[in-house]
Design a protein around this ligand. Structure first.
Ligand code: PEP
Ligand code: MG
Length: 326
């Protein structure tokens, strides 16, 4: 079995009838790149940069960030590296940034919201990403977007940083792709509007489930309600994939845990997901499923799944369809 997975490493993630998708890895720090390469990931679909900040006693400066981003980009000369801007707040804190206690931290000053408040912190990171962009295929991704207004605001900050780099004569990729995480239900529901401002989406099912189902993702007492196959979640996902049909030039990825769940693969493929980003060790298994199914069949299966009434029914159906593959 392990040998088979090893053989899969250099093969494409392509269905029996020739539909190609991209399998990439989630990383928290440059050291995680080795695992992605080893498992055949063609790039990084989510670089959680908050670890760079959390594993440090002081705010990481522009040079330190540049070095980290550069090393990841250089590991993937051909593949995308999607760098997510700081997602702190919620359950994650920084020792050198004092924030008020909040009644509902996950609904509070988190991620992009904090970056808009701490403008200098945000700009240092954006400049570091832009400067790193000459070393590979860097993409910028904003977390916790709830409306197109925030997207515009974040892009204005990128433009400001570009202008500063221009004035300083520092090079960067002027066509760097900019996208957003879809992890707040309102963003999924307005994906058609947000699409006009971005190059890509990445669905963050970890938070999307938390917010759409009103289930704290850390609370064991209610974890039985945390169901990625809940038809409400599936409808939100479809609202996003629907917007990014191939002819639009946009793509939709997924970087939440669901992307690495084998029971979800055929469904997500059938819904039109273009990129699956996951923990490195899941890549071979997901690739194997994708290579065993016809895209045309996956679409029909997804359509059927979308008409089921409960998450349990969806899961049972998907497991049954998965068993039929060979
Ligand atoms: C998500 O919310 O699905 C996600 C990938 O981001 P994080 O788990 O870092 O919040
Ligand atoms: Mg998230």
């Amino acid at each position: 079995y392990l040998k088979e997975l090893e053989e899969l490493k250099d093969l494409e993630a392509i269905t029996l009838d020739g539909h190609k998708v991209e399998l990439v890895g989630n990383i928290g720090e440059p050291n995680d790149v080795a695992g992605v390469l080893h498992n055949g990931g063609v790039g990084v679909g989510l670089y959680r940069t908050e670890f760079l900040y959390m594993n440090s006693d002081t705010m990481p400066g522009e040079e330190k960030q540049l070095a980290a981003y550069r090393s990841v980009l250089e590991a993937f000369p051909d593949g995308p590296v999607i760098i997510r801007t700081l997602d702190i707040g919620g359950d994650k804190k920084l020792p050198y940034l004092s924030l008020d206690d909040e009644m509902n931290p996950f609904l509070g000053l988190r991620a992009i919201r904090l970056c808009f408040k701490e403008v200098e912190l945000f700009k240092i990171q954006l400049r570091a990403i832009l400067r790193a962009s000459v070393y590979g295929h860097a993409y910028i991704m904003f977390p916790m977007i709830s409306s197109v207004t925030e997207v515009r605001q974040a892009k204005a900050m990128v433009s400001e940083c570009m202008q500063e780099l221009d004035e300083a004569g520092i090079l960067y990729d002027k066509h760097i792709k900019i996208g957003v995480m879809i992890e707040i239900p309102a963003a999924a529901m307005t994906a058609d509007i947000i699409a006009k401002e971005v190059d890509f989406f990445s669905i963050g099912t970890n938070d999307l489930c938390q917010y759409a189902l009103a289930v704290d993702r850390m609370n064991q007492e209610v974890s039985y309600l945390y169901d990625t196959f809940n038809p409400g979640i599936l409808r939100l996902i479809k609202l996003v994939t629907k917007v990014t049909a191939p002819q639009t030039g946009l793509f939709t990825g997924m970087c939440g845990e669901m992307a690495g769940d084998p029971a979800a693969t055929i469904l997500l493929l059938g819904l039109g997901l273009d990129e699956f980003s996951m923990s490195a060790f899941s890549i071979p298994q997901i690739k194997k499923i994708i290579r065993s199914v016809r895209y045309e069949d996956a679409k029909v299966i997804a359509e059927t799944a979308m008409n089921l009434e409960t998450g349990e029914e969806v899961l049972d159906y998907m497991l049954a369809e998965m068993k039929k593959l060979n």
